[in-house]
Structure formats: C-alpha cells, structure tokens
Design a protein around this ligand. Structure first.
Ligand code: UDX
Length: 451
C-alpha cells in the first residue's frame, strides 16, 4: 500500500517507520525543513530506542522517504494518516485542533481516487466528523473515507508497542475503509492482534477513556501509597496483592511522584473539557488531575521533611529529569515542579539525567548539571531519584557516601529497598513503604555520617 503520514513528530515518525517495515511504501511529511533534512541524513529528532535502525533499514530498501511537500505523496496514497500535534489550548485545556484541521484542508486538495484519511492524532470525540466536513467542503469531488485510528504507543517502548499491540482500534463511518485498514495492519492481524472496528466517535472516545483510566489507576495507587505511609503498610505489596486479581491487573500500579508526559496530562484535561461541554462532567477524572497536580509539590515537601524541614542554602541532587526513563521528553515531568518547589524553599539544585539534559537546560534555571550521578551528588545533603533510569539502579553507595555532605537517599520511584541501602550507612526515604523506613532519616543520616 502507499501511505502518506502528515506530521513527523513522535507518533507520525514511529508509525511511518513501522508501517514501512511492514512492507508498505511510506512518505513521512513535515513542514519543518530542518527536521526533514536531518531525517534524510539519518538523524532522529527524538530519542526512541531502535527507531534509527528501522528508519535507516527502510530508507535503504526504498520503502521510506521524507518530504516537506504533502501534495505528491497524498496524490498517490491509499491511506493518509494525520499525525500532527494536538497540544492543550492555552487557557482552557481544550485540545488545540488547528494543526489537524489545517492538515485536513491541505490534504483535501491533493486527493485522487478513493483514499482513506486516518486520524492518529489524539482528538476529541466528534473531530472526525469535522475533518470529513472540511475535506468535502475543500474538495467536493473527493472520494474519501475518514477513519479514527488512535495510537497507544508508550514513549521509550514505542517500536515494540507498535509491533505487538494489545489491540488496534479503528473507527469507521464508511464500510470501504474496513478492508483498507485491515490491509494496513495485515502483519499484526495475522499475528492475532485484535482489530477492533467501531464507529468513529466510539474510537475517538476509546483513546481518551483508556488514557484517563490509566492516569486514574496510577493516581489511585499514589493515594494508597500516602495511606500506607501513615498506616505502616507497604504499597508495593498492596499493588501485588490487588494486581493479581485479574479484574484489576498488575500494570500501572507503581506509586511514584505523579504521572507526567505528553499524553496523560493533556488528554485528561481535554476529556474533562469535552465531558463538561456535553453536560456530563467526569468527576473521577477531574479529581485525578487535581490529585496528581498536588502530588508533585507534595514530593518536594517530602524531600524537605527528609532533610529535617529546612533546605535553605543546602544542595539537593536530583537524579532523573525526564517524565519517565528511555526518553528525552521533559513535558510535564514531575522533576520540573519538584525542582522549582525545592528552589522556592531556598535549596541549591544539582541534577543529572542520561538523555534529558539538553532539554532540561532550556527549561530549568539556576540548576547545576552534573556529568554523571556522582558529579551531581558531590557535596549534596540529599540525593533524590525522580525518574527510574536503569543507570540509577546499581549505584556505588560507598562512593556516594564519601562525596555527599549527608548520606540521604530519597527514592521517589521505589527502585531500592531499605535493606540494600541502610548497610551503606545511608538514610533512606521512599514512597508508600512502612513508616519505620523513614521515621527519622536525618537522625540516621547524622549517625551514619559520624560513624
Ligand atoms: C501513555 C500511554 O501509556 C500510551 O498508551 C499513550 O499512547 C500515550 O500516553 P507515555 O506517556 O509514553 O504513554 O508513558 P507511560 O509509560 O504511560 O507513563 C506515563 C506517566 O505515568 C509517566 O510519568 C510514568 O512515570 C507514570 N507512571 C506509569 C507511574 O507513575 N506509575 C505507573 O505504574 C505507570
């Protein structure tokens, strides 16, 4: 099949590359000339494990090309994917659909023969109807079927998620699109990945409902973690205990500093707005957003408490800046709020991240960046793990102890256990573990420092 992908951002580029890997003839389009030139040179605009080799391999096979021009690729395409951004609109939290509608208007002029236009961008329910209307208004002769085909990729895991999806959701309003979309995903379909056909509006809602449910699941566990700390229970054991119930499921039950990223925060807000507009407010989702927002600052207070209640003039080291590991994405990262709150409380902040430092430099002021975890930890009164990169899972605590001012580890992702950390003379504070874990970390740290 011939496929054009409009928008070579995260979703567009990964989808385009993987679809070419299925054997389709794909052109990825973007208005950003520098991005397209870089892609032609084999340079990836994002950090995503495995993406560069898939791109290189398929470019070499002649199945994947990049262009700033939409017309020629759309003219010959069987399927045109819209994969442009839908950021939160400033002020009201609604999804900003201007890029989606602009793409629809532009592609409409180049449609030749029957073409499926599939929306991969995350868009509010009803957007497909408007895309359909815009295309027909711009080009009344167009023979088009507009479908919704939401993407469920996780950053850092996107290639694998594309190749082994739990399901593929396609919302159609024209039966002819069913066969075309089945053909697009043929290799997955043959591997028994469920292909779920629904109406277009249902498909649009599935994407938002899925993300909101996951955000709610994480936030629920975060609140249970707070309760565990007071009740003397262990949140990881609670997660395991409830997760084995198949009605609940074991995934997305990791307590932490709150969810971030390019999807959950924006999509929950957009869903809330759509629901309010339709007169059916989603109170659970509204509360999820509020609880998650509060949590990020609460994590800074947790660090300050572990430091004895006052961090003025003291150095705090942050490990992990991106919203999760294996990405360089800083969007809505809990680290941004936590660092700001620590600075507001008078702390001097040093930080290290394996991939996110370039982005972090442009977002964070008055932060010293270390060349590795040890460099960042030099002279610090606390080392705070905010993102669970593998590089932080096996650190040399003897070395850290010898260079830090106070041996205190605040582990906001629960990647260690106190039994591993305490023998090194470190005080250890984590999330949702029994109270005696952190009753008097400062005390323990001082004792350890004197020992
Ligand atoms: C998410 C959805 O998973 C994906 O299906 C959708 O297409 C896009 O949004 P992504 O934003 O890449 O993907 O990251 P994800 O792995 O879902 O994590 C989101 C946030 O939740 C991260 O900040 C992560 O640290 C946090 N999280 C996740 C937790 O705090 N606990 C968990 O158990 C899982």
């Amino acid at each position: 099949m011939r496929i054009a992908v409009i928008g070579s951002g995260y979703v567009g580029l990964v989808s385009g590359a993987c679809l070419s890997d299925f054997g389709h003839d794909v052109t990825c389009i973007d208005k950003d000339e520098r991005k397209i030139e870089a892609l032609r040179r084999g340079e990836m605009p994002i950090y995503e494990p495995g993406l560069d080799s898939i791109v290189a391999g398929n470019v070499k096979m002649g199945r994947l090309a990049f262009s700033t021009e939409l017309g020629p690729a759309v003219e010959v395409a069987d399927v045109v994917f819209i994969a442009v951004g839908t950021p939160s609109r400033r002020g009201d939290g609604h999804a900003d659909l201007s890029y989606v509608y602009a793409a629809a208007r532009e592609l409409a002029q180049s449609l030749r023969g029957f073409t499926v236009v599939a929306t991969k961008s995350t868009v509010p329910v009803g957007t497909g109807d408007e895309i359909d209307r815009i295309i027909r208004e711009t080009n009344p002769a167009a023979d088009v079927a507009v479908v919704s085909n939401p993407e469920f990729l996780r950053e850092g895991n996107a290639i694998d998620d594309f190749r082994r999806p739990d399901r593929i959701v396609v919302g159609i309003a024209d039966e002819r699109a069913r066969q075309v979309m089945t053909e697009v995903y043929r290799p997955l379909y043959l591997n028994q990945a469920p292909l779920v056909f629904t109406t277009r509006r249902t498909s649009e809602l599935i994407k938002y409902a899925g993300n909101a449910f996951l955000a709610m699941k994480i936030t629920f566990m975060n609140e249970i973690a707070d309760l565990c700390e007071e009740a003397g229970a262990n949140v990881q054991d609670v997660a395991r205990g409830i997760g084995l119930d198949q009605r609940i499921g074991s995934k997305f039950l990791h307590a932490g500093p709150g969810y971030g990223g390019s999807c959950f925060p924006k999509d929950t807000l957009a869903l809330i707005k759509s629901a309010q507009d339709l007169g059916k407010p989603l109170r659970l989702v509204e509360t999820t957003v509020a609880v998650n927002d509060t949590r990020k600052r609460a994590m800074a207070r947790k660090v300050i408490a572990a430091c004895g209640g006052d961090v003025r003039g003291r150095k705090i080291s942050i490990l992990g800046l991106t919203f999760k590991p294996n990405t360089d994405d800083m969007r809505e990262s809990p680290a941004l709020t936590i660092i700001q709150a620590l600075q507001d409380a008078g702390a001097r902040v040093a930080a290290y991240d394996p991939e996110g430092m370039e982005q972090a430099r442009s977002l964070l002021e008055n932060v010293t960046f270390g060349s590795d975890p040890y460099d960042a930890a030099e002279g610090a009164e606390a080392l705070v793990i905010v993102t669970e990169w593998n590089a932080f899972r096996a650190m040399d605590f003897q070395r850290l102890k010898s260079i830090m001012a106070t041996p205190l580890l605040v582990d906001l992702r629960n990647i260690y256990r106190k039994e591993e950390i305490r023998p090194h003379g470190f005080a250890y504070v984590s999330v949702g573990r029994p109270a005696e874990d952190y009753l008097s970390p400062l005390h323990i740290a001082r004792d350890a420092a004197q020992a």
